[in-house]
Design a protein around this ligand. Structure first.
Ligand code: ASP
Length: 335
């Protein structure tokens, strides 16, 4: 049986530590998708689609971000997000500086804020930050008056550029129509910032979200995010317009939450038979990294329903659009 209740705040512990009305409405920053209007989301998707046309046309690199220094501060591991921000920034003519925890004074006990203040003092204008603590991006945005902050994933809170690339991918497959569509998100919802951003964006745009996974990995109040909970994956997928599988985020789990992998794969793996329960042509998504044979069997990960690499390509376009917006807003305030 699926259940749904009224939508309360999607934030796990109240909105205050993740953003404030002033930060959320400041176009220099992108801290989350929660609370954004439909118009704002659609404008970002249009801008990303426009950037994608440029990228696909394969023209020369541009100079829109000439004079802009982008700090890529990934204090947590990343492959796709860091690389695509780097590619996007360079294609637009920015200078990028990659900063990692292991090769820096963070290792010597310097705080994240003191480190970020160095970037600001050195004249970097944009800070793309990933951190294991929920609220880290908002914390920095509040304290760095001369920097635009883009959240590249903060703990279990949000991953807004992933949310936007997921929306762009679904918009393509859903022929521009979000209303009346339903996406299933399966797996470790409790620890997933990707799920939070997707749910926030999709519900504003009029689509429904059904979540499914082991009970220990679904937040008790998940319906408060505005989505539905299904008990079995088969029930969830019946007639759905798409599915997003998630990895088990062991690095964020307390002991005892993780089910046996074989049992997990048989109950929650998106098998070819399960793909056939959805509407014909419904896309299979995954934010990566994929644990093959667990979240997705190889034949589905590499099969014709999989749009995983489309998501990756859309990630560069989305990050171009987000960087453009942050830089224009930064210049409007500081120049
Ligand atoms: N790459 C995504 C994230 O950073 C998903 C994952 O790690 O499973 O949240």
């Amino acid at each position: 049986m699926m259940t749904s209740t009224a939508s309360l705040s999607p934030s796990p512990a109240g909105a205050g530590i993740f953003s404030t009305p002033t930060l959320a409405s400041d176009p220099r920053h992108l801290l989350g998708l929660e609370g954004r209007t439909r118009e704002d989301l659609l404008a970002l998707l249009d801008a990303a689609a426009h950037e994608r046309d440029h990228l696909r046309a394969g023209g020369p690199d541009r100079s829109d971000l000439a004079g802009c220094v982008v700090m890529l501060a990934f204090i947590e591991d990343s492959t796709r997000t860091r690389t695509s921000f780097d590619i996007a920034a360079r294609r637009l003519g920015a200078q990028t500086i990659a900063f990692s925890a292991s090769a820096s004074s963070l290792n010597k006990g310097e705080s994240l804020l003191d480190t970020a203040r160095l970037f600001e003092a050195m004249g970097a204008q944009l800070l793309v930050v990933r951190h294991s603590v929920s609220g880290a991006a908002a914390y920095l945005a509040q304290r760095l008056p001369r920097m635009a902050v883009i959240n590249a994933g903060d703990g279990m809170h949000e991953h807004p550029t992933q949310g936007l690339l997921d929306l762009l991918t679904l918009r393509d497959h859903w022929k521009g129509q979000f209303e009346g569509r339903r996406l299933v998100i399966v797996g470790d919802i409790a620890h997933s910032r990707v799920a939070r951003s997707a749910i926030a964006g999709l519900t504003v745009l009029g689509a429904q979200v059904t979540v499914c996974g082991p009970e220990t990995l679904i937040p008790a109040d998940v319906e408060a995010l505005g989505c539905w909970r299904a008990t079995t994956l088969d029930e969830a997928l019946e007639g759905a317009d798409g599915v997003m599988a998630l990895r088990l985020q062991r690095e964020r789990m307390e002991k005892g939450l993780l089910p046996a992998l074989g049992e997990y794969a048989s109950r929650f793996g998106v098998t070819p038979a399960r793909v056939r329960l959805m509407k014909p042509g419904a896309p299979v998504m995954h934010p990566g990294p994929v644990t093959r044979g667990v979240d997705l069997p190889c034949e589905v990960a590499d099969g014709e329903s999989s749009v995983v690499l489309e998501q990756v390509a859309n990630g560069v376009a989305v990050r171009c659009a987000v960087l453009q917006r942050a830089w224009s807003a930064w210049k409007a305030v500081h120049r």
